[in-house]
Design a protein. Structure first.
Length: 157
């Protein structure tokens, strides 16, 4: 059993993928919701530490500035990739999250792809193509959850 972090840019499909994994009966936490992310775009570190200490098998999704501090507590750090044009199209039409509708937010996403994506890629233990069908991606996450895996590389994103 393993702890899995699914990370990537806004619009990559992290929330959709995590919902599919949850429907399979796995414990999941989407850190975009329920106060996991503090105002400074970082996880609530004591809360995240407690979650990971309590659950040996869990899938967590999110992309925040301090996620690298937790990489060594995940057996798999999975980067969910999608091209910039796809990301921007998805955030414009999604209904579950208002982020990305405004032009300045879309400019931020474009900048994050250039600046943050390379850092995430460097720390990831696996990269998945976010253009694949969600059930195919969920199969891959489930395989990771069932494996013991190697702990991710520690680092700061």
């Amino acid at each position: 059993m393993a702890r899995v972090l699914v990370t990537g840019m806004s619009g990559a499909g992290k929330s959709t993928l995590l919902a599919a994994v949850a429907r399979r009966g796995y414990r999941t936490v989407d850190t975009d919701y329920d106060g996991w992310e503090l105002a400074d775009a970082q996880w609530d570190e004591p809360r995240m530490s407690a979650l990971l200490a309590e659950h040996p098998t869990i899938a967590v999704s999110g992309t925040v500035r301090n996620q690298g501090r937790f990489y060594d507590r995940f057996e798999h750090v999975i980067y969910l990739y999608a091209p910039l044009a796809v990301l921007l199209d998805r955030v414009r039409v999604r209904t579950n999250n208002p982020y990305g509708k405004k032009s300045e937010q879309q400019a931020d996403i474009t900048r994050y792809v250039a600046e943050v994506e390379p850092l995430i890629r460097r720390g990831a233990t696996l990269e998945l193509d976010g253009l694949q069908p969600v059930q195919v991606l969920a199969d891959q996450i489930e395989r990771c959850l069932l494996s013991s895996g190697q702990a991710g590389a520690a680092g700061q994103v």
